[in-house]
Design a protein around this ligand. Structure first.
Ligand code: CTP
Length: 319
């Protein structure tokens, strides 16, 4: 597989022609990617009109108290009470306060990472963001291991940790959390009512076992703000994926942004099958009409940004 490095040429590209499949003859001609600093700064400035990653990355202690009632972002009729544990884990100041990084890696979870040998390159970035507690230990050669921020949708507890039905699964989650070793654990706790207990279980484990993570719980306005930014730019997404959310946030504090593991297609550029996730057997139906996401559309937007030099998208092997 070749690394997809394309500059802004006039020839139509794969994502322009098809959202779902990549054909042989659509393979872009590789050429040198160059960072476009001016464009990156422009994007940062534009996104700041919609959200401020420093603030929106987490609700802070000062703004809530135990017992406060919150309406879920996607289930407005359902509410949750701010528990003592959640309150205890709210940060006092933004975990990104005043932060600036030369280069950031955002690691998506596509199977395109398998056999990529990108681990070393990923780990060399100043700040590494991963999604949904994706495992790294068995895959370091391809995905690296450095983790500065990792997201955790509450559904992961069900999908990857069997809803902690027994001690074995609880232990597995505990080990994963312990391995985070001081990084930021970003939990969208206020999005959908389905995650209520799962967030509480994780909060309880963190406190009970004194796990060394810096928890963050995104603001209620973040998702709408991110969607608003992309809609304004004519990227008609339904609900931003974690990956797109992370890119949007990263523009605030990263000078150069490198994306790995973003490939929402069942075949690679050589028509070889690609797993949906590098680490499990989840299938592609997940990105169908019924999914709240529009990943191929997001991918197309990210690819355009790659072509313009605002970010670098790696969808093949690293050197
Ligand atoms: N991703 C991708 N191609 C895939 C799988 C994932 O581009 N085949 C990207 C998406 O941006 C996604 C991110 O990697 O948000 C993390 O993957 P995953 O954990 O699967 O996200 P989901 O839980 O499926 O979606 P979300 O968390 O966004 O609801």
């Amino acid at each position: 597989r070749a690394e997809m490095v394309i500059n802004g040429s006039s020839s139509p590209t794969v994502a322009d022609r098809s959202n779902e499949s990549i054909k042989h003859h659509d393979r872009p001609v590789p050429s040198k990617w160059r960072h476009n600093q001016t464009l990156s700064l422009k994007i940062r400035k534009h996104i700041l009109k919609f959200l401020d990653a420093e603030k929106d990355i987490s609700v802070l202690k000062g703004t809530l108290k135990p017992g406060d009632i919150i309406h879920y972002v996607f289930d407005r009729d359902s509410t949750m009470n701010v528990s003592q544990n959640l309150y205890a884990l709210l940060p006092r100041t933004s975990p990104l306060k005043g932060k600036h990084f030369r280069t950031c890696a955002i690691v998506g979870n596509s199977g395109i990472l398998l056999n990529s040998s990108c681990g070393q390159e990923i780990d060399a970035h100043s700040f590494v963001i991963r999604c949904n507690l994706a495992p790294v230990q068995e895959y370091t050669r391809d995905v690296g291991s450095k983790t500065d921020l990792v997201t955790m949708n509450p559904s992961v507890i069900q999908r990857a940790f069997e809803d902690l039905v027994n001690d074995t699964w609880r232990e597995k989650l505990l080990q994963r959390l312990h391995s985070l070793n001081g990084s930021i654990l970003w939990i969208p706790a206020f999005m959908a009512k389905g995650g209520k207990e799962r967030v509480e279980w994780v909060n309880e484990l963190i406190l009970k076992h004194h796990i060394n993570v810096r928890t963050a719980y995104p603001s209620l306005r973040l998702l709408h703000a991110v969607r608003g930014y992309w809609l304004t730019n004519k990227v008609y997404i339904k609900r931003p994926t974690t990956g797109l959310l992370m890119y949007t946030l990263a523009t605030r504090f990263c000078n150069r942004i490198y994306l790995y593991g973003f490939w929402p297609f069942p075949r690679d550029q050589d028509q070889n099958p690609v797993k949906y996730h590098y680490y499990d057997s989840l299938k592609y139906g997940y990105t169908s009409q019924t999914s709240p996401h529009t990943m191929p559309l997001e991918f197309k937007a990210l690819k355009t940004l790659h072509q313009q030099g605002a970010l670098k998208l790696t969808v093949g092997q690293c050197e």
